[in-house]
Write a protein that binds this ligand. Structure first.
Ligand code: PEP
Ligand code: MG
Length: 883
């Protein structure tokens, strides 16, 4: 096996498509080197070494060391310097590089190869002892922190003390002697903490750093991140060792990060930040405020410090050429790191840039329009779940707002919530169902779980490429970063700005599109669905095979779903209509009645209300299919709970309160979800289903007469377990139909079908299909009854199951493909073997989950049905499943 791959000088052993082996960073460095771009020479130790390392008691393969030595020799030759040489030392960076970028792991050690001797050589060769000693102390600090585990703050403290003694404020006021002194202090500090001296042998330094990268694959933060992002444990990380280039060699040197297009809006404009006379980490760390890349961006921001385009026009032009070359080559927006060393440009990284959903859409649509990619690729470029960001509200521009302060618009969307100051609190509060805004001085990988739990993120420090900004954009959380006037004191539970205080628990609103931070809650507006969104959806619709319907019970939800492109209603839960206004009294009257006559009297009152609901829904759906489910929940859900509610019902039906209470307690069930519900209600009280069927047919006829458009209601019977149940209830519906049709002298076409939401129904689907025109898989109940986990009680322990990897994901969110999914497959297959053209759909929550949609496509269902806001997600997921 080959364990090490070299790159540099216009050539490379690796390629961009070798990410699995070389990690993302290594593969792209190789690709850039082959493209002839200026890449400092280096080597990549493969992810297979990481796998080997963990499989073999943290030992390396035998030949690794000699392969590394050979590759180092090649770097030495290319640079004209020697690793560990006193006169002319080669310095290297060591970075981790998994297949996908992974915050939380050991990131970077810079300036490796410096020791008490080589630092003198660097001082002489660079002609800049201040730079050399600063580099040395940075190395000691970074290496001690990330490799040896001596905390960062120890060193920051020493710098502060030194500055105080010298009577200066800024790091830039320190000279060579100061840094030399500090470098010695740092080493002494590390020795004091560890009980052994800071390593002087450069090979020992190198292997220490390599080992730290591999070890960091298994630290807690990295594990959490992998869990959240479904990254397998066994992928492993690569290690990149690369010749150092210096952005901190004076005013003709710089370092920066850039995107080839705006990652927030998707505008086709270079976008980024740079710092003169600085090293890479300074930009991301948010210690100094970075400068704009382009003149236009500087002007738009009203910034005073010159842009790179203005201060280094020639290098900027070269950089812009590299951007264009990379975009054309990768056919995607790139996220780039670069360094300028004494006027010479070096590329340190490129990768597909993380972007907001809005930017993803715009970039995909524009690249397709420009012919850089085709429409299919464009459809595949947008993460279905990310559309969520676009479908959610933004701030109403006209709403009054009390602006506390302003930061950078780091990730779009607006969010209101209670202020919390740390990640653990954010997580705990979110578990209680609270909306929270996580407010931090800055964020680090330790905060990921809190950022995930929060509705929005606010930081006082850091730029558009700070940790908070990058992670928030990736997660789709609104974020305002670098609100520099905020004083955040998390320990005291308060933040302040311009003499005003906000305490933990107070409500604030952040607008990630403008950067505004407001006190209290601010009104929001619905999103714009025209333009790029409509275009991409149109393309998606042309590729998908699955139809997408919606679960909607009210005229309001129905119209929303229509706007989002629903092609019908897959589930109208009639019981939700029963709760509205006065109706609940009639419903209760029906339930509490002693006999058939009493029930019929109450149902008589409900009939016109149901009919008018159905009329409205049929009108909004204008001839599209509408599946109406007959009454499903256990009756006790409708019962009065409060004393005065009993009195209201008693009054309405002229009955005695105590009598009603007795009836209510008779209806009590130990296990209502497995009790008297679903079609069992129709079997025992056929008059209920009869009334509902009548309301549906009368409404359909009325709408056909009024609009002249045909209405084809699909009547659905819930919780069927046997063919007989469905057969009997089908007769009830058919009888109601004939009656209404003859009364009105008008017939409508209709279907009668069933939900498949019990394991027995799936297994008996072949027989049940005899009585059914369609099946709709109710995967909520099917999951509950297959796994035997109560959907209402699961939240208490399911988290633990997911954490312990018993389930990869919550089975109520993403369908358990091998368990519940097998029953769906069996149901579909057996149903269709009886009736080849049996219409099949799914209406559980899974209908809006991209992975489940893909499963439904594979299983050959005709449609998925999901909540209105998830309709676009399902449309895109269905298209991607088909491509
Ligand atoms: C289901 O069980 O999947 C379903 C759609 O019905 P409900 O959620 O109303 O039980
Ligand atoms: Mg159900």
């Amino acid at each position: 096996t080959k364990w090490v791959y070299s790159f540099g000088d216009g050539a490379a052993e690796g390629r961009a498509d070798m990410k699995n082996l070389l990690g993302g960073k290594g593969a792209n460095l190789a690709e850039m080197a082959s493209l002839g771009l200026p890449v400092p020479p280096g080597l990549t130790i493969t992810t297979e070494v990481c796998t080997y390392y963990y499989a073999n008691g943290q030992e390396y393969p035998d030949t690794l060391e000699s392969e590394v030595n050979q590759a180092i020799a090649a770097i030495e030759k290319s640079v004209g310097a020697k690793f560990g040489d006193k006169e002319n030392p080669l310095l290297v960076s060591v970075r981790s590089g998994a297949r996908v970028s992974m915050p939380g792991m050991m990131d970077t050690v810079l300036n490796l190869g410096l020791n008490d001797e080589t630092v003198e050589g660097l001082a002489r060769n660079s002609g800049n002892p201040g730079f050399a000693w600063d580099s040395y102390r940075r190395f000691v600090q970074m290496y001690s922190d990330v490799v040896l585990g001596v905390d960062h703050y120890h060193f920051e403290e020493l710098i502060e003390i030194h500055k105080e003694e010298k009577g200066v404020d800024l790091d830039t006021d320190l000279d060579a002697d100061d840094w030399k002194d500090l470098a010695q202090q740092f080493k002494a500090k590390t020795e004091e903490e560890l009980g052994k001296p800071f390593p002087q042998d450069v090979r020992e330094q190198l292997w220490g750093a390599i080992g730290a990268v591999f070890s960091s694959w298994q630290i807690e933060r990295a594990k959490v991140y992998r869990k959240l992002n479904n990254i397998p444990e066994d992928w492993g990380t690569a290690v990149n060792v690369q010749a150092m280039v210096f952005g901190n060699m004076g005013d003709t040197s710089a370092t920066g990060v850039a995107f080839t297009r705006d990652p927030s809006t998707g505008e086709n404009e270079y976008y980024g930040e740079y710092l003169i006379n600085a090293q890479g980490e300074d930009v991301v760390a948010g210690i100094r405020t970075p400068q704009n890349l382009t003149k236009a961006a500087r002007e738009a921001a009203g910034a005073t410090l010159p842009s790179m385009e203005e201060s280094m026009p020639e290098v900027f032009k070269e950089l812009a050429d590299v951007f264009d070359k990379l975009e054309k080559h990768y056919k995607d927006m790139q996220d780039i790191e670069f360094t300028v060393q004494r006027g010479k440009l070096w590329m340190l990284q490129t990768r597909a840039g993380k972007r907001t959903a809005k930017a993803a859409l715009k970039i995909a649509v524009e690249m397709a329009a420009d012919g850089l990619i085709d429409e299919k690729t464009a459809v595949l470029r947008v993460e279905p779940a990310a559309l969520d960001q676009l479908l959610h509200p933004t701030l109403d521009p006209d709403a009054p707002r009390d602006v506390l302060t302003r930061g950078l618009p780091a990730s779009p969307g607006a969010a209101s919530g209670e202020v919390v100051f740390d990640a653990d609190h954010a997580e705990a509060a979110a578990k209680e169902g609270k909306a929270v805004i996580l407010c931090r001085v800055e964020t680090s990988p330790e905060d990921i779980h809190g950022m995930h739990a929060a509705k929005g993120i606010l930081t006082a420090r850091g730029g558009m490429t700070s940790h908070a900004a990058v992670v928030a954009r990736g997660m789709g959380r609104p974020c305002v970063s670098g609100a520099g006037q905020l004083r955040i004191d998390g320990k005291a539970g308060v933040m302040s700005c311009a003499g005003r205080e906000v305490k933990e628990g107070d409500i604030i609103t952040i607008d990630g599109a403008s950067g505004e931070v407001m006190i209290g809650e601010v009104k929001t507006l619905q999103p714009e669905l025209a333009g790029d969104f409509a275009k991409l959806m149109e393309w998606a619709d042309s590729y998908r095979k699955l139809k997408v319907r919606t679960n909607a019970d009210t005229p309001h939800d129905t119209s929303t779903a229509r706007e989002f492109g629903a092609e019908g209603i897959g589930l109208c839960r009639t019981e939700h209509m029963f709760f509205e206004g006065e109706r609940i009294i009639a419903v209760r009257e029906m339930i509490l009645a002693d006999d058939l006559a009493g029930r019929k009297a109450a149902l008589e009152k409900l009939l016109p209300m149901q009919r008018s609901d159905f009329e409205e829904i049929f009108k909004i759906m204008r001839g599209l299919p509408v599946t109406i489910r007959l009454l499903d929940p256990p009756l006790h859900e409708f019962l009065p709970r409060e004393e005065d509610e009993f009195e209201d019902v008693a009054k309405a039906i002229g009955a005695d309160v105590d009598h009603l209470k007795r009836r209510a307690s008779e209806l009590h069930e130990f296990n209502p979800m497995l009790g008297h519900r679903g079609c069992r209600l129709g079997i025992t009280y056929p008059e209920i289903y009869e009334m509902q069927a009548r309301a549906i047919f009368e409404a359909a006829i009325a709408v056909e007469k009024e609009t002249g458009e045909t209405v084809v209601p699909e009547i659905m019977i819930p919780l069927v377990a046997t063919r007989k149940e469905l057969g009997m209830l089908r007769q009830v519906v058919d009888a109601a139909a004939s009656l209404v049709f003859s009364e009105q002298d008008h017939t409508v076409e209709y279907l009668v079908g069933t939900m498949i939401e019990l394991p027995r129904a799936a297994l008996q689907a072949g027989k049940i299909a005899v009585e059914a025109d369609f099946f709709s898989f109710g995967t909520n109940d099917l999951t509950q009854t297959t796994i035997g986990i109560s959907r209402d009680d699961a939240a208490r322990f399911l988290d633990e199951y997911v954490k312990k990897d018993i389930f990869a994901q919550d089975p109520f969110v993403s369908i358990d493909q091998e368990g519940v999914g097998e029953l769906v497959e069996i149901g579909a297959e057996r149903g269709r073997s009886t009736k080849p053209d049996l219409k099949l759909g799914i209406c559980g929550e899974h209908g809006g989950d991209p992975a489940s949609v893909e499963f439904c496509h594979r299983t050959g269902l005709d449609y998925v049905s999901c909540s209105p806001y998830r309709v676009p997600i399902a449309r895109l997921a269905a298209a991607q499943a088909a491509l």
